[in-house]
Structure formats: C-alpha cells, structure tokens
Design a protein around this ligand. Structure first.
Ligand code: IPD
Ligand code: CA
Ligand code: CA
Length: 262
C-alpha cells in the first residue's frame, strides 16, 4: 500500500526547499532560452528546480515515475503505477518579467487517479494542496466547498488569446461569455488560475491548450474543493496529452457548458 501520508509530508518539505532556492535566485542573473517559439521560455531555475525534485524522488521513491515539463524525468506513456507530474515553474514568462504570478505545480497520480496535488505561490508563500478524499487547503486553512455561482456574478479566468480569432475554438462563443460574466482575469499561470478556482478567487478558468504539468496539481485541488474540471465539451481530461481545460464551480460549469461551449 502506498503511504500517502509520508509522501505528502515529504513533498511539502521539498516544496519549501525549492521555494527557498527560487527566492534566492531573484538576486542572481538568469539564463533564459526559448523552446518551441520565442515566447516559450525556460530558465536555468526551471531546469534546476525540476532536477531538484527528480533527484529527491528517485532517491526516496525509486519505483515512482516522473513526467516533468523540462524533460529530465521519464518517458511516460501510460498511467500505470505512481506518477509525479511536475511543472517546476508554471508561469515562466511572469517569473522572468515580473518575479511574481508563478508557482511550482505537482500532481501525484496512481493508475490515473489523482491522489495528491500542490501549487505553491512562492512570492505570497501560499501553498494550495489537496489529498484525495480528504479535501483541499491553502496553507493550513481548509478550502470551503465551492458553491453554485450564477454566470452574471462570475469572474472568469481566460486569456485574451482565446477571445480573438484562433485555430482552436470559435471565439464568438467565448466573447459572448466574456460579455455576460461580471469580469475576466488572466494571470499567465494555469496552475495559479486553477488554485484560484479552488479557493473562489475565480469562479471558472478556460483555456484551449494546457499540458499535463500545467493542470495535474490544479485538477486535484479544484476537484477536492468541490469544483469540476473537464475538457471544453465536458469530456474527461487525458492526463498524458495537451487538452483544452474548463474548470469551474459546480452549477456554473453546467450552465457555461450548456449555454456557451456546446
Ligand atoms: C504556461 C502557463 C500559461 C498557459 C500556457 C502554459 P509555463 O506554462 O501556464 O498560463 O497559458 O499554456 O504553457 O510555460 O509558464 O510553464
Ligand atoms: Ca506550465
Ligand atoms: Ca513551466
């Protein structure tokens, strides 16, 4: 039997240590490289943070596998066993340009089922975390169960990218939704936006393209807070692929799906 209590305590310790190292990096100069396009950035701190987690996981839990954004983990092609899905810094562009609005994100899945989720906003020292069947917290404070929110008073996390002509979704439907909600916000970190849905700072979050490391931790935390996370047409998220992601409080999720997304 997997000892989730031990894993939970260990991850929290590592996350604090990673946070201390990332904070220390603020005063040194970064090595910045572009990946798939000139705006897709990676820094030495992303890579060092991923390596820090991988080395620790390999030594403490050698039978677990690791799917990391920066590719230093395993080639994971199935969800069998225990898999750590890690984004060492989600919101790298914010990290580089603003030194805020970024987070460490970790989801730990067993045979495809989320067991533990963590999103650490280092600058604000806010650790959102969840354990399957036990609930979700921000630091030591339990997150209350999300309640139904009407569209008219909802604050929706959505990037302007999806409100202009794009090849992934008919933006007209989303433009109407953006007009109907109380307000929209875009923070540039999928993990933080999911943490905000879980904690009620946002009522929903919509994106057309997120990778497993962007949503693995957040999906767990939103679900444990009573929210719903699906693809844009209400389907199940595939934990091994890029997905469109729609997370929201219950009720609001059904209303938006029915009226705007299908
Ligand atoms: C990105 C952020 C961003 C989302 C992108 C992600 P990264 O992650 O989460 O908000 O819109 O799709 O790739 O590259 O900063 O880890
Ligand atoms: Ca990311
Ligand atoms: Ca990242």
């Amino acid at each position: 039997m997997t000892n989730w209590t031990k894993i939970d305590q260990t991850v929290k310790r590592w996350i604090q240590e990673a946070g201390t190292n990332i904070r220390a990096s603020f005063t040194s100069s970064l090595t910045i490289q572009a990946k798939s396009n000139p705006n897709d950035l990676v820094t030495n701190v992303d890579q060092e943070t991923e390596r820090f987690f991988i080395e620790n996981i390999r030594s403490e839990f050698p039978e677990h596998r690791i799917l990391g954004e920066e590719g230093q983990g395993d080639r994971v092609q199935s969800l069998d066993g225990v898999i750590w899905i890690i984004d060492p810094i989600d919101g790298t562009m914010n990290f580089v340009h603003q030194q805020r609005n970024f987070a460490v994100s970790i989801g730990i899945y067993e045979n495809g089922i989320g067991q533990l989720g963590y999103i650490y906003d280092i600058v604000h020292d806010e650790l959102y975390h969840a354990r399957k069947g036990h609930g979700a917290w921000m630091n030591d404070t339990p997150l209350p169960k999300l309640e139904k929110a009407p569209v008219e008073t909802a604050i929706l996390g959505i990037s302007a990218t999806w409100l202009i002509n794009n090849r992934h979704f008919n933006q007209e439907k989303l433009v109407q939704l953006a007009k109907d909600v109380r307000g929209t916000r875009s923070y540039g970190s999928a993990a933080l936006e999911l943490a905000y849905v879980a904690s009620g700072r946002l009522d929903g979050y919509i994106t057309m393209r997120n990778a497993p490391w962007d949503f693995a931790g957040g999906k767990m935390i939103v679900e444990e807070a009573g929210g719903i996370v699906s693809t844009i047409d209400g389907g199940e998220i595939d934990m091994l692929s890029v997905n469109p992601v729609f997370a929201a409080a219950p009720g609001l999720h059904q209303d938006i799906l029915k009226k705007y997304l299908t």
